[in-house]
Design a protein. Sequence first.
Length: 245
Amino acid sequence: MKISIIVPAFNEALLLPSSLRAINDASTSFTAAGWETELIVCDNNSTDQTEQIAAAAGARVVFEPVNQISRARNAGAAHATGDWLLFVDADSYPTKALFSDLVAAIADGHCMAGGSTVRVDVKGILYDAVVGWWNFLSRRLKWAAGSFIFCETAAFREIGGFTDKLYAAEEINLFRRLKRLARRRGRSIVILDRHPMLTSHRAANSRTLGIIARISRPTRRSRPCGVPWSHVTPVRDMAVSVRRA
């Protein structure tokens, strides 16, 4: 078994070193299971030292010139040689315990894809509310946060990877398609929740609030983070199907 760990990164010189250290340390859980790993960082047109930092950490660096996280993840996946893909954001810090839970989920043989509940690096009523609401949706609807997504490589490629038509909620779009494929194949989507992924509070700022607002109560009065209406419409439509997702 081989796991390809893919980290999309745009101007992440500040946070990337600690993130890659955490990933390399946590990856000993894969080694203990007798699995191989590869670490791929997709430099999403950075203007800082992101590329050099990634290379120094032992990662294979690939380049995506269009600044969009979906394209960066897809570019990393295109170079991956593993049986499974694991996407970890450049401001996130997995643990050995979380990776051990992932080993167990994959080894079970029934899982096709999944993610993890999350926690953020700050405290506060707003952050706690946003993260708590997201984790509820994640467990209930089998939607994975973008900071930690794992997927069987064959399944990812079969559905065409992340869409480049969305600039928000691209992970939700991915998992709606993965869920349909999993149902057809008699497989499952798993959200790990024993050891939540630690990620930057940036993930719980306006972008996530906007997505959750659209899902919870779609209107045409507001749109997340200035995203064009052509990109918001699919997110709005997701709200209509939350009950049957």
